[in-house]
Ligand binder design. Structure first.
Ligand code: ADP
Length: 387
């Protein structure tokens, strides 16, 4: 087993496939420790490109680009699931350290394989039926095999709610997506919770405190995130144990963010997982003794993990591109927000804003959760991402 410790070998390079905001924040965490990073993505304007020690221009979905990039780094990781899998498999064969493992990534990339994996492992999840096309879904409704309501999900490449159609009524059928998909029952959700687990090669596992997520009804993506979750210790323990079981079953080194539903009946169901830093862990930068980004770096280098502790309650809001604006970005109201204190603004540096595009986030830390929520609500009204 290769042991790579960038503290002892500062010339070691952590390669990150993907130059988005998660890559940027990984680079920020690495930089604080003087670890060297390289980023692979399409444009020198991508959020992580300017922060990495080395930016390699290329397409992380292309075999050759990932292979050539991987050869130049010591430990290879990802910040997006879409990375070319065959190249990662080849790099692993060549003896490169690749985390998450291509095997786990192959399962997770396809929502249907992911769900089948959980079912096979006895982990709680929502049952599914698979379809090849939108027409097949419609035929299944006509024949009475499938009943409304249900949720349709494209098997691959969905993100931020794109690739998910929630069908509550017949009128919603025009939302159906075309392509290989799964259909699952519409769950009566009491709470949406995420637990980020970390695991290193030695098998050490640490989990971050559970967070509760509130979703934007139209955009279908996280609008607010709260930590502590408010669920109480017994439910939090159950959610944490599911996340631990999931990271172990997938045999992942690095982070695994586990998104779960708590149903009205008090049952936990895994919705989906992500083998990388996650939107639900952004508050860890300011609110915990270790950030999800630091923990991911420690885990992929097989260094001892830190036991995450919440030091201050936090509420996180995503800064989404305002509806009706598309073009070069402007952020309005940030300077007033900063004056409120304990308001941590992260702007990702994406040049172009679009409706609902994730352009940044803000964490509000406060001893009083209700005060943090009030401040977050105020910020949602007063900070606008426009063009
Ligand atoms: P993405 O991969 O784009 O984040 P998700 O699978 O997480 O998509 O779905 C987005 C949101 O849609 C979920 O957070 C949840 O609010 C809602 N959703 C997804 N599946 C179901 C379901 N089976 N029942 C009810 N709501 C669901």
């Amino acid at each position: 087993m290769h042991i790579t410790n960038p503290f002892a070998n500062p010339e070691k390079i952590i390669g990150i496939c993907g130059g988005g905001q998660l890559g940027k924040m990984l680079c920020e965490a690495a930089s604080a420790w003087d670890w060297k990073t390289a980023v692979l993505d399409q444009s020198p304007d991508d959020p992580a490109a300017r922060l990495a020690h080395k930016f390699v221009q290329g397409d992380f979905t292309k075999y050759e680009d990932v292979l050539n990039f991987g050869k130049q780094v010591d430990v290879l990781t990802i910040e997006i699931e879409k990375v070319n899998l065959e190249a990662l498999i080849e790099l692993e064969k060549m003896g490169k350290i690749v985390h998450p493992s291509p095997r786990a990534l192959g399962i997770i990339k396809d929502k249907a394989l992911q769900k089948q994996f959980f079912i096979d492992q006895g982990l709680p999840t929502v049952p599914q039926e698979l379809f090849d096309t939108k027409d097949d879904v419609l035929k299944a409704i006509e024949s009475g095999f499938l009943q409304i309501p249900f949720v349709q999900k494209l098997r691959t490449d969905g993100y931020d709610g794109r690739g998910v159609a929630i069908i509550r009524t017949e009128e919603d059928l025009n939302l159906l997506l075309d392509g290989l998909c799964l259909v699952e029952p519409l769950v009566e959700i009491e709470a949406e919770v995420a637990v980020i687990a970390a695991r290193n090669v030695n098998g050490e596992i640490k989990t971050f405190p559970p967070v509760a997520m509130a979703f934007h009804p139209e955009a279908n993506l996280v609008e607010y995130l709260y930590c502590p979750s408010g669920l109480g210790p017994a439910l939090e323990l159950e959610a944490t144990q599911i996340a631990q079981a999931a990271i172990e079953a997938l045999d992942i080194c690095g982070l695994l963010a586990v998104e779960m539903f708590l149903t009205a009946d008090g049952d936990w169901l895994i919705n989906e997982v992500a083998p990388r830093p996650h939107n639900s862990g952004h508050h860890t930068i300011e609110c915990c003794n270790v950030s999800q980004f630091q923990q991911h770096l420690l885990a992929i280098c097989n260094l001892p993990l830190i036991d995450p502790q919440l030091q201050l309650p936090g509420v996180m809001i995503n800064l989404l591109g305002e509806e009706g604006f598309e073009g070069p970005v402007k952020y309005m109201g940030v300077e007033q927000a900063l004056r409120l204190g304990s308001v941590y603004v992260h702007l990702y540096g994406k040049k172009i804003t679009k409706p609902f595009r994730k352009m940044g986030h803000i964490t509000v830390a406060n001893r009083s959760v209700s005060q943090a929520i009030r401040t977050a609500n105020f910020l949602k009204e007063h900070i606008k991402v426009i063009s």
